[in-house]
Design a binder for this molecule. Structure first.
Ligand code: AMP
Ligand code: MG
Length: 485
């Protein structure tokens, strides 16, 4: 592992050099040993972990900075966002040449704080740990959590809460909002340099020098990455909750686990975020919103076409339109794998997926459990009784079996195996997450680690898995999440 310091090669308007504000009594709550090893970080003593990952001590003399960005928040543009309570404390390159940001959240004010206190409460910090590690376990591109350190200080939200600092590891913190910020600086060289930086960091296969080829290849590449992540979300019932353009990464990694939640009973309009009153970011809107966000990325790059704006529009518009077809293909491909069917020939089986989803909606079926049930059914498990299901469901199962009998022989991997690879046995269900967070707030972290261990291997039946598979008694009907991190 070696340190690199690449962000400072960008124009100085893109960041502020600023140290974290020290905290009173840092104490280490969570440390992700597997991730630390994977990154090749050096060994730290527990005191060092608490001091460094609270922001009280620099990480090996690295220079912290806060990053500037803009963002469309619920559709409205805010030109001046940025790391208002976060610091990029180091950039590292691991043994295999991959580069990562080490980023503290809750580490004090910066010039982007606006009226915020620069701090983070303990519950949302641990929530980020649980959710990001669950996403990693599920195999979905995501930022990770290396550490959570309690600050020993009080933060004021709806009331007094204990404070914490969370350390996030990301392939980078470049967001669509970073491009929107650069585009407003009135200096094309700032924007061009950012584009070149993003390409070098994430899409080095793009080697074109002329603007048109470079920009279109970049948009296409980001779009493919975001579609991959989005279909991962849809595969496991993840609802991000706040898909503002500042929370949409150029790497495609899932970022910002503020009001996110997992869907229990299937309904496309499921939304849990307290502030998403219009359902802008509900489960099924996540695809059109991704497209909308990519259109904002394209818009921010348009100035690079200089005098040839019309040509730029003509090139970029069809790319954004293409999103719909590309996403739908990826979506059905993924859903069919959830049913054990591996095929490129999506169209003739789309109805099978649509029918199941419609049935799940009407019957208020649990999203995760339904696919686990189907897998067990196919595997011939004695515990699974099809006869207890509704007539409509039994009819659908027959149609599914008919399809399987047609495709099975052509598949290199058996349907049962395909299903076991993509249908998790366990997800971070909201009622367990909240229960464990409340215990953590009272100082009891004993169950947290057992929970995260189960979530890190969600496709395997471990001893403790069964403790976390139940759907909520009340169907999460009053469940709400908040932007609190
Ligand atoms: P988020 O909702 O976490 O995506 O944050 C949106 C913007 O608000 C970002 O610019 C954050 O840095 C800023 N922000 C959120 N909470 C705070 C806080 N407690 N102090 C300062 N800035 C904050
Ligand atoms: Mg954010």
């Amino acid at each position: 592992m070696k340190y690199t310091q690449t962000y400072q090669s960008l124009n100085a308007v893109m960041y502020q050099t600023v140290a974290p504000t020290p905290v009173n009594h840092p104490s280490l709550l969570c440390w992700n040993t597997a991730l630390a090893n994977q990154l090749g970080l050096r060994r730290f003593s527990d005191d060092e972990k608490a001091a460094i990952f609270s922001g009280n001590q620099l990480l090996d003399e690295q220079q912290p900075i806060a990053l500037a960005y803009s963002g469309h928040q619920f559709g409205g543009f805010n030109p001046q966002l940025g790391d208002g309570r976060a610091h990029l404390i180091a950039e590292i390159e691991s043994e295999d040449g991959a580069s990562f940001d080490v980023h503290l959240k809750g580490s004090g004010q910066t010039k982007y704080s606006r009226r915020g206190d620069g701090r983070c409460a303990l519950k949302p910090a641990i929530r980020e740990f649980i959710m990001s590690e669950a996403m990693a376990g599920l195999g979905i591109p995501t930022t990770r959590t290396l550490a959570v350190v309690a600050t020993g200080e009080t933060v004021w939200r709806t009331g007094a809460e204990p404070g914490a600092v969370v350390t996030r590891i990301a392939k980078s913190h470049l967001r669509i909002g970073t491009f929107q910020y650069a585009a407003q600086q009135g200096d094309l060289s700032v924007l061009e340099a950012l584009l070149d930086y993003a390409i070098a960091r994430h899409y080095p296969e793009i080697t074109a020098k002329d603007t048109s080829t470079k920009v279109t290849a970049f948009i296409r590449a980001v779009m493919q990455k975001q579609i991959e992540t989005l279909t991962g979300w849809m595969r496991v019932g993840f609802i991000h909750g706040v898909m503002n353009t500042d929370n949409a990464t150029i790497s495609g990694e899932t970022i910002d686990f503020g009001p996110c939640a997992m869907m229990g009973a299937y309904h496309p309009e499921t939304v849990y975020s307290s502030i998403d009153t219009e359902g802008r970011y509900c489960f099924s809107n996540q695809a059109p919103i991704t497209q909308w966000n990519l259109a904002r990325l394209a818009e921010s790059l348009l100035p690079l076409y200089g005098d040839a704006q019309e040509q730029g529009l003509k090139e970029l518009e069809p790319l954004i339109v293409q999103f719909k077809a590309d996403f739908e293909y990826a979506f059905y491909h993924m859903m069919l794998r959830k049913l054990g069917i591996e095929t490129e020939d999506i169209e003739q089986y789309e109805k099978l997926v649509d029918d199941l989803l419609a049935l799940m909606q009407v019957e208020k079926r649990d999203y995760t459990q339904t696919f686990v049930f189907l897998g067990a059914l196919l595997g011939g498990s004695d515990d699974v009784a099809l006869s207890e299901q509704s007539d409509a469901f039994q009819t659908w199962v027959q149609a599914w079996r008919d399809v399987l009998s047609q495709v099975e022989e052509k598949q290199s991997v058996s349907p049962v195996t395909v299903m076991a690879q993509v249908n998790p046995l366990v997800i971070p269900r909201n009622h367990h997450v909240e229960r464990i967070l409340s215990a953590c707030e009272q100082g009891d972290l004993s169950e947290l680690h057992a929970f995260v261990a189960v979530l890190s291997r969600p496709y395997e039946m471990q001893d403790a898995t069964i403790n976390y598979q139940d759907s909520p008694v009340d169907g999460d009907k009053d469940y709400q999440t908040f932007c609190g991190t």
